[in-house]
Design a protein around this ligand. Sequence first.
Ligand SMILES: Cc1ncc(COP(=O)(O)O)c(C=O)c1O
Length: 368
Amino acid sequence: MTIHVWGYLDELAIEREEIDAAVASVLESGRLILGPQVAAFEQRFAAYCGAGYGVGVNSGTDAIFLALKAMDIGSGDEVITVSNTAVPTVSAIVATGATPRFVDIDPRTYLMDVGQIEEVLSERTKCVVAVHLFGQCVDMTQLQPIADEHGVRVLEDCAQAHGAEHRGRKAGAMAEAGAFSFYPTKILGGYGDGGLVTVRDASFCERVQRLRFYGMKGRYYADEHGYNSRLDELHAAILLAKLEHLDAYINRRRQLAAVYDRLLADTGLVLPRTAPDNRHAYYLYVARHPDRDRILEALREHDIQLNISYPWPIHTMAAYRDLGYREGDLPHTELAAREIFSLPMFPSLKDEDQLRVCETLSDVLSRL
Ligand SMILES: Cc1ncc(COP(=O)(O)O)c(C=O)c1O
């Protein structure tokens, strides 16, 4: 039997009764768009994060885009982020008309090297998008004072960091806004697309609410140019049901990570490092080895799926050539892209399957 790297279909089987009940209640209510499920989910998810408000939107990409639009970021502005992220972090910046500028990563955590921000700051820099990658938070303690000193705003990309903590604060509540994705594989995942913007203050919240709804506050009258990007009632109801289990999902992920840490300790793999002030939520368990591609191939022959997040740094992709970066500009990012890979990690991963992954991997590594 194949061991998959993601497990949302296994999880759906386990959660089926709760999901069916949530879906049935929405269908019976007849209310499908911006109703009580969305309002309840926005309120409860924001409270879970410790943020002031939540605004449900269509996807994580839209959450980033709309948060940046609500900051009035657009053409002529620059936004600093990393190249070692999912494409949507950067495509959302580009969609506003702004230009992304990249800093390299810390090679130990794969997170933004906050110490490089001042090197790429310019008169045009309006925002830093801090990507809390793989389930671990960027060093916001170091980042926020730098941003404040230069009058630059901060958006957290929390698509991979539901429930992750830095100094006891959760992702999504450490800056003025945070962007979440509920794509099915995420730590809190739906069964389709979905996203949410967490915000600190009420006027920012109202702005994002307007932008996701054609620029309208009430009905049929637009105060500004807006979009259609709503989380729907069905998905909000499913996410509300799953939110009850979010801490249990994270605990299971942390438990699986501890087993990987123990069983793979002496194999020659570089295992994930948690920064001292962080509580990792392990969206991914990312290991590193110079012979990465041979390892992936060997495990595939044993019916074990591994994944690479991400094999190509964004600044080297054809779509982003116009940004003017070259191979060699972000050396830690580029080397990591050649060496990292992620192991199966999802709450319903069975202990015996994880053991098989570790034994196979150890065996393959001992023969390299
Ligand atoms: C870091 C990061 N940012 C943004 C996104 C975009 O989220 P979505 O797929 O919901 O648009 C994702 C997920 O793909 C992600 O991993």
